[in-house]
Design a protein around this ligand. Structure first.
Ligand code: APR
Ligand code: ZN
Length: 256
């Protein structure tokens, strides 16, 4: 299918769907200036992902925190949602997206105005104590000395996002798989599909009858097996192109 035909088909499916789920990965935030994890310019080409391994973090909290601070608290400062996040928020306000499931921890969907967001991998905006489970969102001063320590009990604080070797927050897990089961249209945006169990969410959607639309500027593990309609390009370009087609269709409809 030519890309224009695919875009028209996808826009049509989105307009008719009564339950649409968007599933996003690092690629949707690339245009906000956040590098992806894998592929060209990927964070894991430059840093060793072992610092996000829970066992390693326990054994080497200071070394891990120096890297974690650089990646997730220095790079990620002053980032803003891009048109891809904003289009999903607009569609939610128009009832054409029901749930956003994100693997990202950057909070950009919420900042763009999406309300029904499942943070499958937690969030960087909170730190949590590994011992007494105290949580805080006001932690800038605690990051002056690494590793940051819990003011209540003195134990090490960890970002409240999911490390390798750690369980997915139970509610997020349950809500994500429930939404996937209900989806009529399931849009995958900017994820390589390499990280489990998140990468099983689209599989469950497909098994339960969802049409899978995928937006990625490169191929992912889904493209040749799970995806029904593949839209090749940057997340914001493709979402704006879809929005344009939906607008035109609505105009024609109202003026007919
Ligand atoms: N628009 C659309 N897709 C893009 C863009 C863009 N502008 N830029 C990159 N991509 C695509 C890449 O082609 C790739 O398929 O986004 C995907 C990013 O893949 P990863 O870096 O592997 O990110 P993600 O799938 O979100 O990683 C999953 O891995 O390290 C963990 O916990 C971390 O949540 C993360 C998980
Ligand atoms: Zn504590």
């Amino acid at each position: 299918m030519l890309q224009q035909n695919s875009l028209i088909k996808a826009a049509d499916l989105l307009s008719k769907s009564s339950f649409t789920v968007a599933f996003t990965g690092a690629g949707i935030s690339v245009e906000s200036g956040i590098p992806p994890f894998r592929g060209p310019g990927g964070i894991w080409n430059q840093y060793d992902p072992k610092v996000l391994d829970l066992n390693y973090f326990h054994l080497h909290p200071q070394e891990s925190w120096i890297v974690i601070k650089e990646i997730f608290y220095d790079f990620f400062q002053n980032i803003e949602p891009n048109p891809a996040h904003k289009t999903l928020a607009l569609w939610e306000s128009q009832n054409s997206v029901n749930v956003v499931i994100t693997q990202n921890i950057d909070h950009l969907h919420q900042k763009a105005g999406s309300q029904n967001v499942i943070d499958f991998h937690g969030n960087a905006h909170r730190l949590v104590c590994l011992s007494c489970h105290w949580k805080t969102e006001d932690f800038q001063s605690l990051l002056k000395n690494l590793p940051p320590l819990c003011p209540k009990c003195g134990e090490i604080l960890k970002p409240d996002f999911v490390f390798f070797g750690e369980n997915i927050p139970q509610l997020a897990y349950q809500n994500a798989f429930e939404a996937a089961q209900k989806a009529e249209v399931f849009i995958i945006i900017g994820t390589s599909g390499e990280v489990s169990p998140a990468n099983q969410i689209p599989v469950i959607a497909k098994q339960n009858g969802a049409v899978i639309i995928e937006i990625n500027n490169d191929k992912s593990l889904y493209t040749n097996n799970l995806t029904d309609i593949y839209l090749s390009g940057k997340a914001s370009e493709i979402l704006l192109a879809l929005q344009h087609i939906i607008n035109e269709n609505n105009k024609n409809h109202y003026h007919a």
